[in-house]
Design a protein around this ligand. Sequence first.
Ligand SMILES: [Ca+2]
Ligand SMILES: [Ca+2]
Ligand SMILES: [Ca+2]
Length: 269
Amino acid sequence: MKKIFASVLAAALMATMSLAASAIDFTASSALNNDIVVDGEKDLAYVSAAIPVNAEAPAEAAVGNCYAAWDNDYLYLYLEVTDAVVEDAAAVTGIWSDDCAEFYINLSGTEGNITDINAAQYTYGPSFPAFAGGGLHRENNMADCLSAYKYTDYGYAVEIAIAWGDEYAPAEGEAFPFVVGINDEADGDPSTREYQIFTGGSAQSNAWQVADAVWDSLKLSAEEYVEPEPETVAEVVEEAAAPQTFDAGVIAAVAAVVSAAGYALSKKR
Ligand SMILES: [Ca+2]
Ligand SMILES: [Ca+2]
Ligand SMILES: [Ca+2]
């Protein structure tokens, strides 16, 4: 009897754990005090932890790391995709069966079909002339969104800025349902998709239709890029001396003396 109870308990625990594992909390850094340029290059303002897009991915599938940031106008998303074979621009037919990324947001505060609530799927890939996807938020705000891509030695990178729209006011500490997916065309036939990999795994494969509780989430944090401290006197002296033929020991000694003098001076004041 005890044994049965223990195994039932274990099963219940496993179910709880797998449920918890299906929705992941991610973070967007603040770009309120830093500029982001939507150009396919990773800006310094993307300081929050990478959002891995690799759940349940077979070894040969395209996977990626996404970085998110926010300001009062946009949600910025920069995604580096490792894709062994990225189709030529000429082969792109432009929809979900090609090499591209899918970014999902639900700003409605409720669950439902993404065509009925303030939610969206923004689909974008290398050589895409515009966003594909769906949802009410996309319909209302696509004209104000920005996008860029570049091909890289590991695959490609895409960067998009999703305009928040009139119905959502971003604020530090706010969180909303969010998913990232990667479509991978891998067999030379752009009419078929070989892999589709999400942040939350196969639980997200219906995200293109329904925004529900299995979506992951994104929190707008206060984390931000901070300029490094100005160089110390010792570092400036060291740099100025570097191209010359002075002995390194002499330079270090001079730097130490200057630094010590500065310290003594500041102590006297
Ligand atoms: Ca950029
Ligand atoms: Ca591919
Ligand atoms: Ca294919």
